[in-house]
Design a protein around this ligand. Structure first.
Ligand code: CUK
Ligand code: CUA
Length: 623
């Protein structure tokens, strides 16, 4: 039956959708018939009374919203939206000069996979890294401020979908490409795909003190599609594994043409070897980037056949194995690093594909896990007791199984069509085994209707017992792919900004507020405080200022209320401008005063009982 469905699924995505809906019949009944006692127990487990805090932070990718969603677990209350790749009027992200520059002219991103910085294979809670599949960028979010601190644009890439994950000490943030493209933004017709197009993995380093991302080097690969990836740890530290599809080199109609072969590959790359080569000056420079071909380096790259069109690949917490899930083959495959190392030592290769030695499937594979009727396995997570959890996109369930034996222990319905799941401390060398959350693509009947499109959703499971217990579903804006669930006490949020005395445009005393003119540039060094703006301390009306039509205006505003949560906002009416200044922060907003007239300015963020009085005027004298 599975084989038949697999074959059918290979033919038509329309059919895939119908199978998907068909497979959910009976789910609703399963939920409605849950005994009252179990419902009460679930409700108690998620209730966090006022005054108490959640146990975990959940950082969920916002997909094509370009944002990061922050939840508390187990209450599943959304606490914050952190803008990363998309403009956000609420915080002024993408409006003020610094964030606008960081966004590099883009106004959105497609964020799939967050990764928290790690030290010794454990989340250290300092930073979170994010990928933008659509515009080839990687971002770093400072988890003390919950602000995006840097965005790196990567050349030579075709969508870093298989990003980001970090090596065990955040030596590298690894970003493999999805689409192959000609290097250096060059033109080459699709007929020249095999010769001219390249797959690329970007290796990025992060400077924690400066909070900056740096492109270290790029790895050039065959023009396959790299789908998901993970880093080795402990005995497999130094390796990364990546799933591939389209090893057929299809350039059109991929749903059929990229699903021809029964097997695609898992690619294993030794980044420690490549790092040495790059340090030894062995890399070429292509368009200003150090680029290395691992096929030129002995022992740096191998391929392992895997069931067709795999999606997720996840390394076990102890680093001894990796599990690949096949979208088009209904099974999870467990591979052993030790077996791979042994086969490499024996040079037990079956082929050489595009210059990459291919290991024999049977010599690296440890077992195939094929739960009857479970369809569309996408991603694997782990607990602290040797169990794996797989999301099943098509049969809408989570399957729990024993890593050592492949024995399926439990299956629970998900509402509906889960993509990734995230286990508490799931990517670390020591997961907690407490909670699992699935990021679902289809909410259907879960919530009150909101028109033709439903929200996506998260399902929370208690995984501390033998059986998983479904606790609750919550809606989430589009679109959760992967998330990170981290112990709350690992995150150390700041209450106010560190006073940056080095920033020349900060104004720490209201009396120092001033306006400086340089030709047609007007620099306002102002303060925001409860409950007024002071733009010019010497003026009669300190909260208003006048410029000439056509002037370039720079508002450098410091929030001198050094109390937590006293955030001010500043809008300029009819100029489509708004930004936020958090306690102790200085921010700059610049614009050209091209419209003459009188433009009220007011504080957009409720800050005191006299918030409504916190206002002033921009006067633009006509030419
Ligand atoms: S992908 Cu979305 S469900 Cu982009 Cu990690 Cu698998
Ligand atoms: Cu300041 Cu409202």
């Amino acid at each position: 039956m599975n084989k038949l469905l697999t074959a059918l699924l290979g033919l038509s995505s329309g059919l895939l959708v119908s199978v998907l809906f068909f497979s959910d019949v009976g789910r609703q009944n399963a939920r409605a018939s849950t005994p009252d006692g179990e419902l009460a127990s679930a409700a108690q487990k998620v209730y966090v009374p006022h005054g108490k805090k959640d146990e975990y932070y959940l950082f969920s990718s916002g997909g094509h919203s370009g944002q990061l969603f922050v939840y508390g677990v187990p209450s599943m209350r959304q606490i914050r939206i952190v803008p990363v790749f998309s403009q956000d009027a609420a915080t002024g992200y993408g409006f003020d000069d610094a964030s606008k520059k960081m966004m590099g002219g883009y106004t959105w991103g497609d964020f799939h996979h967050p990764a928290i910085s790690e030290t010794a294979g454990d989340y250290d809670g300092q930073f979170l890294f994010a990928n933008d599949v659509a515009n080839n960028r990687i971002a770093a979010v400072d988890l003390s401020l919950f602000h995006t601190t840097d965005i790196l644009k990567m050349p030579n890439m075709g969508g870093p979908h298989a990003a980001v994950f970090v090596t065990p000490n955040t030596e590298y943030i690894v970003a493999p490409t999805r689409f192959a493209r000609p290097l250096g933004d060059e033109y080459a017709p699709l007929d020249k795909y095999k010769e001219k197009y390249k797959g690329v993995v970007t290796m990025i380093q992060f400077d924690r003190a400066k909070k900056k991302l740096n492109l270290a080097y790029q790895i050039v690969l065959p023009p396959w599609s790299y789908d998901l990836s993970d880093a080795g740890k402990k005995m497999s530290d130094g390796w990364v594994v990546m799933t591939t599809y389209n090893t057929e080199f299809a350039t059109t109609n991929l749903e059929i043409n990229a699903s021809q072969k029964d097997r695609d590959y898992i690619v294993m790359v030794n980044w420690k070897k490549l790092e040495q080569e790059v340090a030894a000056g062995k890399a070429n420079t292509v368009n200003g980037v150090k680029m290395i071909d691992p096929r030129d380096v002995e022992g740096a790259i191998y391929a392992i056949p895997v069931a067709k069109s795999p999606h997720g690949v996840d390394v076990t917490p102890d680093g001894t194995r990796f599990v690949a899930s096949g979208k088009l083959a209904p099974l999870m495959t467990v591979f052993s690093f030790q077996k791979a190392f042994d086969a490499i030592a024996k040079k037990d290769f079956v082929a050489n594909e595009f210059g990459i030695p291919v290991l024999k499937y049977e010599s690296v594979m440890e077992r195939e896990v094929d739960p009857p009727g479970a369809l569309g396995p996408l991603h694997t997570q782990f607990d602290d007791r040797g169990n794996a959890f797989n999301t099943m996109f098509i049969s809408s369930e989570v399957v729990k199984w024993k890593l050592d034996t492949g024995e399926v222990i439990d299956r629970q319905p998900v509402f509906y069509s889960p993509g990734h799941a995230t286990a508490a401390e799931g990517d670390t060398a020591a997961p907690d085994g407490t909670y699992l959350i699935t990021g679902n693509k289809i909410a259907k009947d879960s919530f009150l209707g909101v028109g033709p499109s439903h929200p996506e959703s998260l399902d929370l499971f208690d995984i501390s017992g033998d059986k998983m217990q479904h606790l609750m579903s919550v809606p989430i804006p589009p679109e959760p792919h992967y998330s990170q669930m981290v112990k709350a006490d690992k995150i150390k949020p700041k209450l106010i900004y560190d006073k940056d005395e080095t920033r020349p445009d900060s104004v720490w005393k209201a009396d120092d507020a001033r306006i400086e003119r340089k030709g047609s540039e007007v620099h306002v060094y102002g303060v925001a405080m409860r409950s007024k703006f002071i733009f010019d301390a010497k003026a009669e009306r300190k909260d208003s200022f006048t410029v000439n039509q056509g002037d370039r205006v720079f508002l450098h505003i410091t929030n001198i209320d050094l109390d937590q949560d006293i955030t001010h906002g500043l809008e300029v009416m009819d100029y489509n401008l708004n930004f936020e200044i958090q306690p102790g922060q200085t921010s700059t907003l610049s614009f050209t005063a091209d419209k003459s007239g009188v433009f009220p300015i007011y504080c957009t963020n409720f800050c005191s009982a006299l918030h409504q009085e916190m206002s002033g005027h921009l006067l633009v004298q006509p030419k």
